[in-house]
Design a protein around this ligand. Structure first.
Ligand SMILES: Cc1cc2nc3c(=O)[nH]c(=O)nc-3n(C[C@H](O)[C@H](O)[C@H](O)COP(=O)(O)OP(=O)(O)OC[C@H]3O[C@@H](n4cnc5c(N)ncnc54)[C@H](O)[C@@H]3O)c2cc1C
Length: 356
């Protein structure tokens, strides 16, 4: 068995790294979680947590799912609409007694529910990973401020632009999915009833979604097909982040007004990227989870869920394997086919559905 005295370092206190840290601490490991930001990054917008994601969280810690259920809306209805506002398809969602619901919730509430389960002294902020080294029996993380950490296992949960990934599989480029997306959260109860998720299906180069996230707030996402300029290639954000009014005008008036009424400080904008499936996700004592390992298009809403599933799976193998080497090999064998499938189908949906 792997000693519970093993020292495990995790790079990145997003939803994947924080959840895994909480699981490994419960198992008795000596865990340090390193985050480059000066405080927990509770920014972001609304998130659809599919039922598999709630199950992955519940398996590790029912307190987390309880807090999330109390913070957002249970999914009650998916409604697909055309750009004139006509309903194409309406799919009510029902649950058995005691079944975990899919949830519509602000990212901040999710991350806070997870971080609440962590002893504060296990998280180190202002800790930006600079480089990695390994000896036969240890992994070493060097940080920008000159400090270093040495332990038995180093886990990269550092997101789509991952430094740890560069170490394991150098030269991975972000793949541009062809859309720029604006997302926002606005105080609104009237357009989107509680538990409703509206999709304005792709047409005339745009698509959009709206969903209520509890607390009288509505999340929206507005996507425009766009070629990047040469100067924008490799950038996460467009140079001009104004929503083009002629594109917004393609939405029905009621939907457009929800977006227009959103305060500018509550809007974020970025290009949509994923990465190609990686041939491997570990090297000796360094391993990847979450977006660092398998960033994918948001079309199937599997991003956070797959990071939590990674956490549950890695914690299971670390608890049941004879050595770290065996645990990492088993983790990769179990997870790679699953996350590759998520990546492939999410990209296919993003590139094909409704495009001319
Ligand atoms: C438009 C859009 C909509 C989405 N909608 C959904 C949805 O509805 N449902 C869903 O499940 N998913 C959705 N996702 C995906 C989801 O947001 C991601 O999959 C998820 O947040 C990834 O979590 P993570 O912890 O792996 O990475 P991140 O959240 O990116 O966390 C990585 C952390 O690592 C830190 N870090 C980075 N580099 C370093 C370093 N060198 N040193 C130290 N720390 C570092 C970062 O500061 C960050 O805190 C969406 C994504 C997008 C872009």
């Amino acid at each position: 068995m792997i000693s519970s005295q093993s020292k495990i370092g995790i790079i990145g206190a997003g939803t994947s790294g924080s959840y895994l840290a909480s699981l490994l601490i419960q198992q008795g490991f000596q865990v340090d979680l390193f985050e480059k930001a000066p405080y927990a990054r509770t920014d972001g917008c609304g998130i659809l947590i599919v039922q598999a994601g709630m199950q992955a969280l519940h398996q590790g810690n029912p307190h987390i799912t309880e807090k999330i259920i109390n913070s957002g809306d249970r999914v009650k209805l998916f409604e697909f609409r055309n750009l004139r506002g006509g309903v194409i398809n309406s799919e009510p969602v029902t649950y058995e007694a005691n079944e975990l619901p899919g949830m519509l919730v602000h990212r901040k509430a999710i991350l806070e529910a997870i971080l609440d389960e962590l002893p504060p002294d296990r998280i180190h902020f202002n800790a930006e990973l600079a480089s990695i080294a390994q000896t036969e029996n240890s992994a070493i993380a060097h940080f920008k401020d000159g400090s270093k950490w040495e332990g038995d296992l180093l886990i990269g949960a550092d997101g789509i632009v991952s430094k740890v990934r560069q170490y394991i599989v150098p030269g991975v480029e972000l793949f541009y999915l062809g859309d720029v997306v604006w997302r926002g959260v606005v105080a609104d109860n009237s357009f989107c009833p509680e538990g409703n998720f509206f999709v304005y299906v792709r047409g005339r180069g745009i698509y959009a979604n709206f969903f209520h996230i509890g607390g009288g707030r509505t999340h929206w996402g507005f996507f425009i097909e766009k070629e990047r300029t040469d100067a924008e290639v490799g950038k996460l954000h467009p140079a001009d982040i104004t929503i083009p009014p002629q594109e917004l005008a393609k939405l029905p008036d009621d939907a457009r007004k929800v977006i227009e009424s959103t305060p500018i400080e509550s809007i974020v904008c970025r290009f949509s990227y994923d990465i190609d499936p990686l041939p491997k996700i570990y090297d000796n004592r360094v391993i990847l989870i979450g977006d660092a390992a398998h960033a994918k298009s948001s079309t199937r809403a599997r991003g956070m869920t797959s990071g939590w599933e990674d956490g549950v799976c890695l914690a299971k193998h670390l608890a049941s394997s004879a050595s770290i080497a065996e645990a990492l090999a088993n983790f990769q064998t179990e997870r790679l086919p699953i996350v590759h499938e998520y990546q492939r189908t999410s990209r296919e949906m993003s590139l094909k559905i409704g495009r001319r």
